[in-house]
Write a protein that binds this ligand. Sequence first.
Ligand SMILES: Nc1ncnc2c1ncn2[C@@H]1O[C@H](COP(=O)(O)OP(=O)(O)OP(=O)(O)O)[C@@H](O)[C@H]1O
Ligand SMILES: [Mg+2]
Length: 292
Amino acid sequence: MPYLPRSPRRSEPHSPRRYTAAEIRLAAEPPSRRRDRDLARVAEWLSADPAAPMRAVGWEPDPWQAAFLANGHPRRALLCCRRAGKSAASAARTLTHCLGGGDRLALVFSPTERQSREYCRYVRRYARALGHPVGIARQNLNEVEWANGSRLLSLPDNHEGVVGFTPTRIVIDEASRVSDVLYLSLRPMLATGGEIELLSTPFGKRGFFFEIFNTPARLAAFGCRHRVTWRDVRRITPEFIAEERLELGERWFRQEWETSFEDAVDAVFAADAVRRAACDDPETAPLFGTRA
Ligand SMILES: Nc1ncnc2c1ncn2[C@@H]1O[C@H](COP(=O)(O)OP(=O)(O)OP(=O)(O)O)[C@@H](O)[C@H]1O
Ligand SMILES: [Mg+2]
């Protein structure tokens, strides 16, 4: 039987719904403008509450995480103990970065592809927990693309694959274990804007991450910088730390939990002794000839 609209009963008063002027304006708006307005609202919301992704999964940010997320400086360095929540905090910023504007590109590097994927998982988990305020257009294990045109690419430590991208945000997770040549290849990408974020636990007195933290002028360029030991992390108990101290030995313990740059455990000479032995003064002759 064909559908026929129900004819109003005689007793029902005819009362058409009255729309407000604002509702009429809204309905007449082209869909593209409506979408832009919705995206702007999402961006505004996330910039007002940069920890929202973490809260959405039930993680109240530690004070240092809250300070780190509230700081918008484009040069960012995070020296943290293990399990501090550095990847989790950084991934929250990566999501707000990508949802905060259209056509942004966040490149995230880790020593290995597997670690990069773990980072990507944090971002996807946050997006899901927030109820996908911007829809995902395409995704796989290493990549997410949103409906606003922004993208996240997670990549391993391989400088050959980085030329040609125009990132608006670069993250190097576990930076102390990533090659210098990758860092040197990425830096020029900042010439036309964009931000860089380095996060790591120390790993010996070597590499660009160590050099940055060991050179006050270089460190000063990082307007957002934090040093986070186990004492700053509510989830790590003194009992666990006492156990770690026994198991790891002093040097390794200081590296993992006190954010101390230590000589490699198997090094014969301390790095400082090697540095002091080097001499730039041409007047100073070596004690022994170096030629046969
Ligand atoms: N604010 C928080 N509240 C509750 N749990 C948190 C919070 N931040 C991080 N975590 C928990 O700590 C775990 C470790 O976090 P994350 O992976 O970010 O640490 P990490 O510093 O990157 O560790 P790693 O040294 O292993 O790389 C997370 O999986 C999460 O369970
Ligand atoms: Mg991590």
